[in-house]
Design a protein around this ligand. Structure first.
Ligand code: PAF
Length: 281
């Protein structure tokens, strides 16, 4: 497995693969890999001749008050996992390799970036779109793999690729959960044992919403009230948002119709966690 820190080293490896007619699957990550990332890497391994994993905590998607410095990192463990899973290359650049002096270009997707996480993280998705654009080009990826846990990110990247005619297929993969239902996330490691228990309220309240939808409830306000009340029963939880939006434009709906995303961000103590499900009404 190649470990590359320079863009030019990734390009050199990819050039050889492409000359041999091989396809490349890219798994963009910020490292501290867990079973959720592993599922993306396994899928990429199945569907491509070559697999590139990027391992880069991207500074441009963090606002100054967010957890950039504290974001968990363990590059050696990441490499071990990538090797076990059969990745061909791990790209681990320094920030200045990705954003050299004089870097002034950004990519952003309007409308879809403004709801849900975009309300409290207004610069986040611009940073994501810019870095994944760079990664798509550097790896010359045929396919890129994203988890549905970051459903808004997945929808935005899919829209960017469609709107700007990128030559890449975006593959959305299911949320991977702990046995008790908590969605896997690198940020779960910030939780102390009491908060870890409290964090189950995200999945529990979403399941309550899903049951009501399956039983025929279509009024978004009724559903959101039920979900929010369940969260409010947990003293350590503070809601950032709970929303039901249409999957196409990510705009709030009043009545459920077609494909909708029910998503939330909830603070458990100081840790902001997200979770969601997609429902076909
Ligand atoms: O989902 C993430 O870990 C990041 O947003 C991504 C896609 C790797 C871009 O930095």
């Amino acid at each position: 497995m190649i470990i590359a820190e320079k863009v030019s080293d990734v390009k050199a490896a990819v050039r050889q693969w492409k000359q041999a007619g091989e396809s490349v699957g890219l798994v963009p990550t910020m490292g501290y890999l867990h079973e959720g990332h592993a599922s993306l890497i396994r899928r990429a391994r199945e569907e491509n001749d070559r697999v590139v994993v990027s391992d880069f905590v991207n500074p441009t998607q963090f606002a100054p008050n967010e957890d950039l410095e504290a974001y968990p990192r363990d590059f050696e463990a990441d490499c071990r996992l990538c090797e076990q899973l059969g990745a061909d290359l791990v790209f681990h650049p320094e920030p200045k390799e990705m954003y050299p002096e004089g870097f002034h270009t950004g990519v952003s997707v309007d409308v879809l970036s403004k709801e849900l996480c975009g309300k409290s993280r207004p610069i986040h998705f611009g940073g994501v779109c810019t870095v994944v654009t760079k990664l798509f080009h550097i790896a010359e990826a045929d396919r890129a793999y994203f988890g549905q846990k970051d459903a808004q990110q997945l929808a935005i990247v899919q829209r960017m690729v469609r709107d700007l005619n990128y030559n890449i297929e975006i593959i959305g993969c299911p949320i991977i959960r702990e046995e008790d239902g908590l969605a896997k996330s690198s940020r779960n490691t910030y939780l102390n044992p009491e908060e870890r228990k409290a964090a189950l309220v995200l999945h529990r309240s979403l399941e309550l919403g899903r049951e009501k939808m399956e039983a025929g409830e279509r009024d978004a306000k009724v559903l959101l009230d039920a979900i929010s009340s369940e969260i409010e029963k947990e003293p350590l939880a503070r809601i950032d948002y709970v929303q039901i939006v249409d999957w196409n434009e990510l705009q709030p709906v009043e009545q459920l119709a077609g494909k909708v995303l029910c998503a939330m961000a909830v603070y458990i103590g100081k840790v902001r966690l997200i979770d969601n499900f997609i429902f076909e009404a």
